[in-house]
Design a protein around this ligand. Structure first.
Ligand code: GDG
Length: 750
């Protein structure tokens, strides 16, 4: 237990961290010992287990509320994790947490199972508290740090944080469902919440459907273009920021649950539980926070009807229901407790005997060991949620059952149903369906139980919580967002590169020097590019080249290059290397093939109405758009047949109403090799953004530097966020080179 130090004023400059997790509750809670001293105790939750190893290894901090109102605590270290407590007052707890989070957002996002209540004061408190969390996270984050914000209580934090700290990489994960638009649209602050979330680079959801609901809401309320998981959010100066909204189904530390289940004392406890219940043939179990989303009443109703109609008897079947206390000051939860306990009391009154209780009901929290023993003892696990983001209880039950026995009855409205398809799936609203599923589970033959459980276990163990968090963070830091600015490692590599005698700086154009635009002819390099290129051109031993997939004439038009810039177009087929003419980089035999190809196609085009040929740098295309379908097909067939016989090595590409033949297929890798030979460079710097640039990265040699612009897999060793960073990188090369030249001059003079 770490002792708790309270403070009233913030103490000087605080340290900063490269990974900051932000959640409403901290992973620690305050504990008062008998002598009245206070200390911190780790509260074991799934999220802590998931993030602990990463937090320890990456210099992480956790920002959150310590679970006690009106107290200010200094940041402290607990079990290797830095803890940054956020203060909440009693009235803020009522309005921001119990009110807006748990009585507005929670019911709204869970399909309005309970009516959401909308109060403007609650909303104001929510904004205020979210700002406090954002400020605490901003203060704790090192330059360029990754911040991972959790859950529905903090949906405004991503935007507030981005405004405070544009340098950060921001992720958000929503643990609960995101509702369909028809429901979401009820929220008076629906636009503000979306805007808050869109401040993140990556927004994670439990299910595919949740991510879809979110993207649809963004389209409906803001009209931003969305494609697949990508949403393009307008940013200053007519640019866009790409936000990814994608599902990452959360999981549990499956191995840790199995390890507990294998302990002899826990197995003994499971046997004990069975005995204490009077050794019924079947134990059914429900474990839930006492929440109206969990469908506890539906489960009790179905069980009661089965007892009433004689399908089950209390001698044979007992239902154990753990309903752990939750949100006990929120109105609907107070009413729910009464409703459930009335139903349990009635049912027990009607059906229990002196020796057998129908429902063994427990309104307590239990230690995890006891939960595992209950899972082990349960023949049938009932998860009947009306709506649930994931439902970890279902996964825990599966992880514990190393004996591969036990039947999981699972609501299709729990996120877990997307993965756990071998469970007995139910619609909890269909009471007859639930009753049938219970009977099926109780009577399921052992063979079938084992088969299903084996498949379920594979799912849960293959995608455990470590896989979940690393997949989210990988997507966040490598895929969805690239840290802004120039990485230190890149600056070091450029210094090293600049020591070579001859350097080639080769640059892709579209997406690298110029942002992508809708009309290719509108592309222009970002401000500062021309000046940076000129600085390089002015240095001895430095050559600059543009490498593009565009036809060379088009590249000249959009890039307006200085005369000394070397150019290659059409993926290396066209080159302009220190001559005013555009050369085709074709060898004699290819030129001869090109002639032969032209003769054949010209003859065909002359003889078939509505067809014509187009010359390309290394080939020709036969267009058939204006011919009758029959003539078009015949012309294409004879071109293919004749050329197949005459020039078997040609590359053939079929298009709509066009067939293309090329004597040479070339890549940007070929282009870069050609430039390396031409310039005699000892070291090469190459920058590019798309898959065709990977061919160039692939031919880089030790000591060369490859720079990927933006997200996505790449062979390049370094990465920056976008074209606006490239002039800075070029400036660094120029600086380093100038410094080397000055050094050499000084050495020569000495
Ligand atoms: C939200 C989403 C999503 C419960 N009673 C006791 C106890 N528990 C543990 C369970 C489980 C956890 O609490 C409950 O997790 P669930 O996933 O079932 O549900 P929520 O609390 O509603 O969680 C949900 C989750 O976030 C994660 O993203 O899956 O959909 O609603 O781990 O075992 N644990 C102990 N004693 C109890 O009495 N020790």
């Amino acid at each position: 237990m770490t002792s708790a130090a309270e403070t009233t004023a913030s103490a000087g400059t605080s340290p900063t961290y490269s990974l900051v997790v932000v959640s409403n509750r901290l992973p620690v809670e305050i504990e008062v010992s008998e002598d009245g001293t206070e200390g911190w105790r780790t509260s074991p939750g799934g999220l802590v287990t998931a993030l602990e190893p990463m937090m320890r290894s990456t210099d992480g901090a956790w920002v959150g509320w310590p679970g006690i109102a009106d107290r200010t605590f200094e940041p402290f270290e607990n079990d290797g994790i830095s803890i940054v407590p956020v203060r909440l007052s009693e009235s803020e707890l009522e309005e921001y947490y119990e009110g807006f989070s748990n009585d507005t957002i929670w019911p709204l996002y869970h399909d309005v199972i309970a009516p959401p209540r909308f109060h403007r004061e609650w909303w104001e408190a929510y904004v205020r508290v979210n700002r406090r969390f954002a400020e605490a996270a901003a203060a704790a984050a090192a330059p360029g740090a990754t911040v991972w914000v959790h859950d529905y209580q903090l949906q405004l934090v991503p935007r507030m944080l981005r405004d405070l700290r544009p340098d950060l990489v921001i992720g958000f994960f929503n643990h609960i469902p995101f509702p369909p638009y028809g429901i979401y649209a009820q929220l008076p602050w629906r636009k503000q919440i979306l805007d808050g979330l869109l401040g993140a680079d990556l927004i994670g959801f439990q299910r595919l459907a949740d991510a879809g609901n979110f993207s649809r809401a963004v389209r409906r309320l803001y009209g931003y273009p969305t494609r697949g998981v990508a949403i393009d959010v307008p940013a200053p100066e007519g640019t866009h920021r790409r936000v990814i909204a994608k599902h990452f189904p959360i999981s549990i530390d499956a191995a840790a649950y199995e390890e507990l289940a294998r302990r002899p004392e826990i197995q003994e406890r499971a046997r004990q539980i069975r005995e204490d219940l009077g050794n019924p043939k079947t134990i059914m179990l429900g474990v839930d926070r006492l929440d109206y989303t969990k469908g506890i009443a539906h489960r009790i109703k179905a069980f009661g009807e089965l007892l009433a109609d004689g399908s089950l008897s209390v001698e044979d079947v007992t239902l154990v229901q753990v309903a752990s206390p939750s949100r006990e000051r929120v109105g609907p939860y107070i009413a729910l407790r009464d409703e459930i306990e009335l139903a349990v009391g009635r049912l027990n009154g009607d059906f229990s005997t002196i020796s057998h209780t129908a429902i063994s009901y427990h309104h307590h929290g239990y230690p995890r060991e006891e939960m595992v023993a209950l899972y082990l003892a349960a023949d049938v696990m009932l998860v009947t949620a009306l709506r649930d983001g994931m439902n970890l209880v279902a996964k825990e039950y599966v992880a514990v059952r190393f004996d591969r026995d036990g039947v999981l009855v699972l609501s299709e409205f729990a996120g877990a149903a997307d993965e756990l398809k071998q469970a007995v799936l139910i619609n909890p609203h269909d009471i007859d369906g639930v009753k049938a599923a219970i009977l099926r589970a109780v009577a399921m033959p052992r063979q079938e139980r084992l088969r299903r459980m084996r498949a379920l276990r594979r799912k849960v163990f293959d995608n455990d919580v470590a896989a979940w968090s690393s997949s989210f963070l990988r997507t966040l830091t490598e895929g969805a967002a690239v840290r802004p600015g120039i990485p230190d490692t890149l600056a070091g590599a450029l210094k090293d590169l600049s020591r070579a005698d001859n350097i080639l700086v080769a640059l892709d154009f579209d997406g690298t020097l110029a942002p992508h635009v809708d009309k290719p002819e509108d592309a222009r390099a970002v401000a500062g590019t021309r000046e940076a290129v000129q600085r390089l051109l002015d240095l001895d031993g430095v050559r600059v080249a543009f490498v593009s997939g565009r036809a060379l004439v088009s590249l000249q038009h959009v890039s307006q290059p200085q005369t000394d810039v070397l150019l290659t177009g059409s993926h290396g087929i066209e080159v302009q290397l220190d001559t005013p003419e555009i050369e085709l980089d074709l060898v004699t035999v290819e030129l001869e093939q090109l002639d032969a190809l032209a003769r054949v196609l010209e003859r065909i085009a002359d003889s078939v109405d509505g067809t014509w040929i187009e010359r390309k740098p290394a080939g020709l295309a036969l267009h058939t758009r204006l011919a009758t379908p029959r003539n078009a097909a015949a012309a294409q067939k004879s071109a293919r047949d004749e050329l197949g016989a005459l020039l078997p090595g040609l590359t053939v590409r079929d298009g709509k109403d066009v067939i293309e033949f090329a004597v040479r297929s070339s890549t940007k890798g070929d282009a870069l090799e050609r430039l390396r030979r031409h310039t005699g460079a000892d070291r090469v710097f190459y920058a590019g953004d798309d898959t065709t640039d990977e061919d160039a990265f692939a031919v880089l040699q030790p000591g060369d530097v490859g720079l990927k612009i933006g997200a996505g897999d790449s062979l390049a060793g370094y990465r920056v966020r976008g074209p606006e960073d490239v002039p800075l990188v070029l400036g660094l090369i120029a600086d380093a080179r100038a410094a080397v030249a000055a050094e050499r001059e000084a050495a020569a003079g000495a």
